[in-house]
Design a protein around this ligand. Structure first.
Ligand SMILES: NC(=O)c1ccc[n+]([C@@H]2O[C@H](COP(=O)([O-])OP(=O)(O)OC[C@H]3O[C@@H](n4cnc5c(N)ncnc54)[C@H](OP(=O)(O)O)[C@@H]3O)[C@@H](O)[C@H]2O)c1
Length: 354
């Protein structure tokens, strides 16, 4: 039964005081006969970030905070909706086994690999991502890594720690010398994975004078930028000064940048990765850098995180290690949660559905 009119402020207040019983039928005094059929859905929200819960109120939903580092308490295993953010693997695995009524998980991560690998029955449970909530922070970080690569701040810092003046990086310099990546102006930047984050990053790149092209699953023109399919990489990579990877970490993107494709990049080109570590064959990348066949790499994500102490990447020349620092702080999550909650209750397709 679809109810579009909900009775009275009193009903809503009781509902969202978090004390309201699970089904409306349990408190008939508050309802007209028509409204008595309303089933109140329980939604669990995480304690791992500050959400403005008042912005999620107004639905026939009881909202319950839970601890993402503990197992879901028995009394809340009946919840039908779960919002996740930095949950432990144990919490998710246990929820996948014991939350039998679950029908929607809203991850606040753009790439919810933790949820997808926890064992939830995704044939019955809709999983939606937090894509869009990290656009600004990841775009800013990608821009920072690009500028660090071009302007060599990392090398200046290495010299500073040795008390040495990096004279070769200062003073008069050639303007945009061919065969180098020293500035974003006129640089050929290829953005591989042209989703929400790319759309926020690209205006800054264009503003600094870069020539931007994109690669995605679906070719076409977006924001006035030519987007190609992966079948065109063999032509695009040799004409790239900086490759920015913003791909999700799923089987289709595993080692997307492999030895063969790295070999197509010019020897001065830089690779920046803010998507997922699995999209790069790290050994092939380290080989190319050690052999001087690539300009450098600035990586925010790795196949194994934290990067193990034994990893060769720590010592690879011209490789910048950033500790998965680009995102990590979902912004404006409430409108996405509200939109998807409304869509779920209305039987409509959810946003960011996997
Ligand atoms: N470093 C961090 O802290 C951090 C933070 C947030 C997110 N991330 C990562 O960044 C990823 C992208 O985020 P987003 O919000 O921009 O995602 P998005 O909006 O879903 O965009 C993903 C893009 O990747 C493309 N794509 C997907 N699979 C592909 C494939 N097999 N080959 C080529 N292109 C493919 C899509 O192509 P179409 O557009 O044609 O569909 C789309 O352009 C996330 O999945 C997450 O893993 C990292």
């Amino acid at each position: 039964m679809r109810i579009s009119l909900f009775p009275a402020t009193r009903f809503l207040k009781a509902l969202h005081s978090h004390q309201f019983p699970y089904t409306a039928a349990a408190s008939p005094r508050l309802f007209s006969s028509a409204a008595a059929a309303i089933t109140v859905m329980k939604l669990l929200y995480p304690n791992s970030l500050k959400l403005d819960i008042s912005r999620i109120e107004g639905f026939p939903t009881s909202l319950v905070e839970y601890d993402v580092k503990q197992l879901i308490p028995d009394e809340h295993l009946d919840a039908e909706a779960l919002i996740t953010w930095t949950n432990t693997a144990e919490n998710l695995k246990d929820a996948a086994e014991r939350m039998k009524n679950l029908r929607w998980i809203q991850s606040l991560a753009a790439g919810p690999n933790d949820v997808l690998s926890a064992g939830f029955d995704t044939s019955k449970i809709k999983v939606t991502t937090g894509s869009g909530l990290h656009d600004h922070t990841v775009a800013e970080h990608a821009l920072g890594l690009l500028l660090n690569s071009a302007r060599r701040f990392y090398e200046m810092r290495d010299y500073q720690l040795q008390g040495k003046w990096p004279g070769h990086l200062g003073g008069p310099q050639p303007d945009r010398p061919a065969g180098s990546f020293r500035t974003l102006r006129d640089a050929r930047v290829l953005v591989w994975g042209f989703g929400n984050i790319a759309k926020t990053l690209v205006p800054s790149l264009l503003g600094l004078g870069a020539k931007v092209k994109g690669v995605a699953r679906h070719p076409g023109v977006r924001m006035g930028i030519e987007i190609y399919g992966e079948d065109k990489l063999a032509e695009l990579l040799p004409e790239t000064d900086a490759l920015v990877m913003i791909l999700p970490g799923d089987p289709s993107t595993r080692h997307a940048l492999n030895a063969k494709r790295i070999a197509l990049l010019p020897s001065h080109a830089w690779v920046v990765n803010v998507g997922r570590g699995t999209s790069i064959d790290e050994d092939a990348l380290a080989d190319a850098l050690e052999q001087g066949k690539l300009g450098g790499a600035a990586l925010d994500v790795f196949e194994v995180e934290p990067l193990p102490e034994s990893s060769r990447l720590w010592k690879t020349p011209n490789l910048i290690v950033s500790p998965h620092a680009a995102g990590g702080r979902p912004q404006d999550a409430e409108p996405l949660i509200v939109d998807n909650l409304r869509r779920l209750l209305a039987g409509q397709e959810l946003k960011n559905l996997i």
